[in-house]
Design a protein around this ligand. Structure first.
Ligand SMILES: [Fe+2]
Ligand SMILES: [Fe+2]
Length: 132
């Protein structure tokens, strides 16, 4: 079973690019989770981890550009949330490639939990500003 399933009811932001990118992000996260918990080769897990993190960084930068372009007041707090997750991801990525950490069930649940909180609380909050 997939770790996370995108539905408009739970994750829809009413911002087209964000909903599209979130669905791609979920696909990449599910693929990583399936590889990591399904006994795939470590090199395949690492390649998928790198791909996911690169996409997350790209997605966050896209949201940040759009928020800044609209002068959205919630930008600083939103950016701080992004930076915190990127920091956690970068730490995991470094440790994974050094052979000091693994991608496992807990990592999957941590990222899912972050998305479950961030998208409704932060991403949905920029809809009005970005659609204006
Ligand atoms: Fe987002
Ligand atoms: Fe965000």
């Amino acid at each position: 079973m997939s770790l996370i399933t995108w539905t408009a009811a739970q994750y829809g932001t009413n911002v087209g690019f964000a909903d599209e990118e979130h669905q791609t992000l979920f696909d990449k996260l599910n693929k990583l989770y399936d590889l990591a918990t399904g006994g795939a080769e470590r090199s395949a897990v690492g390649a998928q981890l790198d791909d996911l993190i690169a996409y997350v960084v790209e997605h966050f930068a896209h949201e940040e550009r759009e928020m800044q372009a609209k002068g959205f007041a919630g930008y600083p707090a939103h950016k701080a949330e992004h930076d915190a997750l990127v920091g956690i991801c970068a730490g995991l990525q470094t440790k994974f490639h050094a052979g000091e950490a693994e991608v496992n069930e807990d990592v999957g649940q941590l990222v899912k939990g972050w998305l479950d909180n961030h998208i409704p609380k932060f991403d949905m909050a920029y809809a009005e500003a970005l659609n204006s």
